[in-house]
Design a protein around this ligand. Structure first.
Ligand code: IDP
Ligand code: MG
Length: 143
């Protein structure tokens, strides 16, 4: 089992001034922040990150949304990180998300849903590598 996952505080989270509140919920749920940065995705990097959704009806809107402003990728650590983080954020559609989840609390709609969470251990490692280089992670954590 992996103990790592990737979160992204999406552009709507940053615009709504919710970075602090969302990170507080993440940390209170027992996740350790191992790396964090603020970046603005380019269409190319957004398309690469969401490659699996290429061709879907929402793909172009998703890329426009994800490149509409800065976002905050965060590498997180916790036992059972992937599954526990998906539980913490709730369903993709906030209308269907469980009470108390981050998307239920803060998301406006199925597209602008505040936060990304990796969906498997394999993808978690790929997604962390998408935003944080090995060298950078070594420098940050001194390991
Ligand atoms: P996830 O973020 O819960 O893993 P995915 O199905 O991987 O959901 O979709 C990636 C992102 O694409 C969603 O978080 C959301 O921003 C957007 N998205 C997914 N499905 C729809 C849809 O039906 N309409 C609009 N946007 C969508
Ligand atoms: Mg997904």
């Amino acid at each position: 089992m992996n103990n790592k996952t990737l979160a992204i505080l999406k552009p709507d989270c940053v615009k709504k001034n919710l970075i602090g509140k969302v990170i507080t919920l993440i940390q209170e749920a027992g996740f350790k922040v191992s790396a964090i940065k603020m970046i603005k995705l380019t269409p190319e990097t957004a398309k690469g990150f969401y490659e699996v959704h290429t061709g879907k009806f929402f793909f172009n809107d998703l890329i426009a949304y994800m490149t509409s402003g800065p976002c905050v990728p965060i590498a997180l650590e916790k036992e059972n990180a992937v599954e526990d983080f998906r539980k913490l954020i709730g369903a993709t559609d906030p209308a269907k998300a469980a009470e108390g989840t981050i998307r239920k609390l803060y998301a406006d709609n199925m597209q602008e849903n505040i936060v990304h969470g990796s969906d498997s251990d394999e993808n978690a490692l790929k997604e962390i590598a998408h935003f944080f280089s090995r060298k950078e992670l070594l420098e940050i954590n001194g390991l």
